[in-house]
Design a protein. Structure first.
Length: 435
């Protein structure tokens, strides 16, 4: 016959049960943290719980034997131990599974990325055309510049040499009032020149606000090849040019000076759309953009080896504020070359091109699979989206060439033309436009 336990022993057993329950709940929380450290700590707590349970059993047996309490304690200890063991094993399995999953996922992702990169490289290599040199440039007058460039490309010379030689034609033409010699001055009557050049190895050089030098493009190339820098400006650029054998030249011709004197009477500072095809003598030259009409020239070339280079040179906006620089000498804005994809250049109001890093944008759009014309169009559309009303009053045009030798252009307004020269073609085209 069983004897009823004393009240203090009953209370003591209840306290032991509550202590075990408290420890067990804490152990569950730690296990639920999902890490091995938590599981080991949980095991430690559970060992304490089993020890307290055994103490309860011994106390109950030696003081007042209480089989119900003893059975509950023993069962609870067994249940706690089983739960702890199952949680620990499940956690280990889960952790190993997660590790394997993450490892396999990372390896799989790496494999996919490697395959994608390889496919991209293969596509780019497959797309590259060799033994089919081409040169393209902005505006009608680009034909004369292209002809000079073709003298080099046609003999399997480098695209870099070709674009430098090509753009020197408008630089040295005094009838050209927005490039080089004879260019219209700034509002102070000073002719300042900007130019940049870039080759297939991402090498690039630029000069800005350069005075007294006939061929700023040659100085830009020298910056690229003889200095660790990309850009030289103003007096520093002039000093560098003179130190490397260039001589000072008075770039302000009588005609440009006369036009500047007339401008000072009204001092109206207003960029004009398609001014490139308006600065010419209509009596001597019936076609806008003919031999007496020149502008900022951007030139892109691909040589027989499939390598791209580009050049851009200008005297900038007529009667600009002293020190103003547009997009032409800014790598990524007026010109950009990526030999994996192609090249691009721009013309028009430089401030708007700089705001969208236009030429770089066109190249990246071609990288995404767009044709040269579509890439140019999207760049133009970005200008329109940014400033819809202003876009109707200005001109910006883009010209692009990809690794297949495909070319294209697009502009805000009608009137933007570009010239193309290959072994079988020597033509001027009018670009499509939005307005």
């Amino acid at each position: 016959m069983f004897c009823a336990p004393e009240e203090k022993n009953v209370n003591r057993s209840m306290e032991i049960d509550r202590s075990i329950l408290f420890i067990h709940l804490n152990q569950i929380k730690i296990v639920e943290r999902g890490n091995n450290y938590g599981c080991f700590v949980a095991c430690f707590y559970n060992s304490i719980a089993r020890t307290i349970a055994l103490v309860g059993i011994i106390s109950s047996f030696f003081m007042h034997f209480n089989p119900p309490n003893t059975i509950v304690i023993v069962y609870y200890t067994y249940w706690s131990f089983s739960l702890d063991l199952r949680a620990f094993l499940n956690n280990l399995i889960s952790m190993n599974t997660r590790r394997k999953f993450l490892q396999s996922s990372l390896l799989g992702s790496a494999a996919v990325l490697a395959a994608c990169n390889q496919n991209t490289e293969n596509k780019q290599q497959d797309a590259t055309v060799t033994d089919k040199p081409i040169v393209i440039s902005t505006w009608d007058f680009g034909q004369a510049a292209n002809a000079e460039a073709w003298e080099i490309l046609g003999k399997k010379g480098s695209a870099l040499d070709a674009v430098e030689a090509g753009v020197q034609i408008p630089e040295s033409d005094e009838s050209n009032q927005s490039v080089g010699y004879g260019g219209l001055p700034d509002r102070d009557g000073r002719v300042t020149l900007d130019a940049c050049i870039m080759d297939h190895q991402y090498r690039c050089g630029s000069v800005m606000a350069l005075e007294h030098i006939l061929h700023p493009i040659a100085v830009a190339r020298m910056v690229m090849e003889k200095t660790p820098h990309v850009i030289l400006v103003g007096e520093g650029a002039l000093e560098f040019a003179l130190a490397n054998g260039f001589t000072k030249t008075n770039l302000l011709t009588d005609k440009s000076k006369e036009d500047w004197e007339k401008w000072k009477k009204t001092s109206k500072y207003e960029p004009k759309a398609n001014i490139e095809n308006q600065l010419y003598d209509k009596e001597k030259d019936p076609m806008p953009g003919g031999k007496d009409n020149h502008d900022t020239i951007g030139m892109l070339a691909m040589d027989a080896q499939g390598n791209h280079s580009g050049a851009c040179t200008t005297s900038g906006l007529a009667y600009k504020m002293r020190g103003r620089v547009g997009d032409s000498p800014v790598i990524g804005a007026g010109l950009y070359v990526d030999n994996e994809v192609g090249s691009a250049t721009s013309t028009g109001l430089g401030e708007e091109v700089i705001r969208i890093v236009g030429s770089h944008l066109v190249v990246e759009l071609m990288r995404q699979g767009n044709s040269p014309e579509d890439a140019c169009k999207e760049a133009v559309n970005r200008i329109i989206r940014r400033s819809p009303e202003k876009s109707k009053e200005i001109q910006v045009g883009f010209l692009a060439l990809n690794k297949k030798g495909e070319y294209g252009a697009y502009a805000l307004q009608k009137g933007f033309t570009y010239s193309v020269r290959t072994a079988t073609e020597d033509k001027v085209y009018e670009a499509k436009s939005t307005f």
